[in-house]
Design a protein around this ligand. Structure first.
Ligand SMILES: Nc1ncnc2c1ncn2[C@@H]1O[C@H](COP(=O)(O)OP(=O)(O)OP(=O)(O)O)[C@@H](O)[C@H]1O
Ligand SMILES: [Mg+2]
Length: 394
């Protein structure tokens, strides 16, 4: 019985998992989960692509490491594999919760974990009547939000199942709010209703914190988080061109992150989450923004060689050699003076404002090879593989 890596396309994360498995001496099989026919009938179950029959591989699989990228496919994959008697990392229950920012927040809130105030209105921005007319609900929804969150402080509208900062919109006036609500038509990344959140007065960064649990062991928080930082936008996603830094976490935040993990992973023997958190520091800034912007510009320059390696197509043909180049380039960036300065400012600001931290999202299948691993020094592939291994019944 073996561990299968279920994936859609072999990207850097998947190649990184393969490479790490080799280094750890862990056997992996592979399940492409896209153009595959999963068939159930009186005759049993089969799984076939055009070129290959995967049925026996599925049969011999005990644990599925689920790396399907689309949230929908990932949820479907975990559920199907569980129906076939496999254990999954993460479980379908976890995928169901993390699929939705709102469901995640409800789970955290219930346990008393700090979150940004969040308001959900189940009604969609427009409804279509049978005779083809449109009913507009934007103004009513806007009013409901404004009754809960003062508009003067900013209201963030977000696609409940979005990623990469897509459809995260800030409104500071009623017109903006109505226009942003209009954008939230029911879609795959916002299946139902509209979610709004108070604007957290973070500074120039947010945090990505890795927590995990192996079967039979206590949950752990990795002590260094990845800070995503920049002034480009109020959204600090790396996808939007922001920079990454390692940031050592105060113990109290590590403990809180473990509590988040235990809550979201309830009922599962092993799990991993990348928790997104913001620090509501308001005016509690230790240096002025102009100095920071200049330092970030310098760090941006130091980051250019990393970006160049990332774009190098050599990763497709010789992943290991490409990865060596990537690690070397990142080390150059991390050794730069501006990197050290900004890292220090972030760590100091997190320490001083640790009681103002809020968790706003949990990623059940985080990207890690290019940023999180290098910024934190922690190879998440090891956590994934050890977690999967721990699930194998001895
Ligand atoms: N309530 C808020 N107040 C202030 N900033 C916010 C708020 N919500 C989100 N942001 C900013 O927008 C970014 C994206 O938000 P969020 O993590 O909710 O969305 P996402 O698209 O799912 O991101 P990811 O790519 O991490 O999955 C955050 O990293 C943060 O910088
Ligand atoms: Mg996020």
């Amino acid at each position: 019985m073996s561990i299968a890596l279920l994936y859609e396309r072999s990207e850097n994360d998947e190649n990184g998992i393969k490479l790490t498995a080799q280094q750890l001496g862990i056997d992996l099989t592979f399940l492409p989960f896209r153009k595959i026919a999963l068939s159930i009938s009186r005759d049993g179950f089969t799984a076939k692509t055009k070129g290959k029959d995967y049925s026996s591989i599925v049969k011999d699989t005990a644990i599925v490491l689920n790396r399907a990228q689309s949230k929908n496919r990932r949820l479907q994959a975990s559920y199907i594999m569980e129906q076939l008697g496999k254990k999954t990392l993460n479980s379908s229950q976890i995928e169901f919760v993390c699929y939705s920012k709102l469901r995640t927040l409800f789970n955290l809130w219930k346990e008393g974990i700090p979150i940004p105030k969040t308001v959900f209105v189940p009604c969609d921005s427009t409804d279509a009547t049978r005779n083809g007319k449109e009913i507009h609900n934007e103004k009513d929804i806007a009013e409901l939000f404004q009754n809960e969150i003062p508009l003067s402080e900013g209201i963030v509208i977000k696609a409940d199942a979005g990623t990469h900062g897509k459809m995260i919109m800030l409104s500071k006036s009623t017109d903006e709010l109505i226009a942003n609500i209009k954008e939230t038509k029911p879609s795959i990344i916002n299946p139902v209703g509209v979610v709004a959140q108070e604007l957290v007065e973070k500074w120039f960064y947010d945090l990505r914190i890795i927590v995990s649990k192996e079967k039979g062991k206590p949950a752990v928080c990795y002590p260094t988080a990845m800070a995503r930082a920049g002034f480009k936008d109020f959204r600090t996603n790396t996808f939007l061109g922001n920079l990454v830094f390692g940031a050592k976490l105060p113990l109290s935040i590590q403990e809180l992150a473990v509590k988040c993990g235990m809550t979201l992973g309830e009922g599962s023997e092993a799990w991993i989450f990348a928790l997104d958190a913001m620090v509501n520091i308001k005016d509690n800034k230790s240096v002025d923004d102009d100095y920071l912007k200049a330092e970030l510009d310098k760090a941006g320059q130091a980051f250019l060689p990393v970006q160049k390696v990332k774009q190098d197509e050599a990763r497709l043909t010789d992943f290991q050699a490409w990865n060596n180049k990537l690690e070397k380039a990142f080390q150059g960036y991390a050794d730069s003076e501006s990197y050290g300065n900004i890292k220090h400012i972030i760590e100091e600001s997190v320490e001083k404002n640790k009681s103002a931290l809020v968790f706003h999202e949990s990623n059940s299948c985080p990207e890690f090879w290019e940023n999180t691993r290098l910024a934190t020094g922690h190879n998440v592939a090891v956590t994934l593989l050890k977690g999967a291994q721990s699930l194998i019944d001895s």
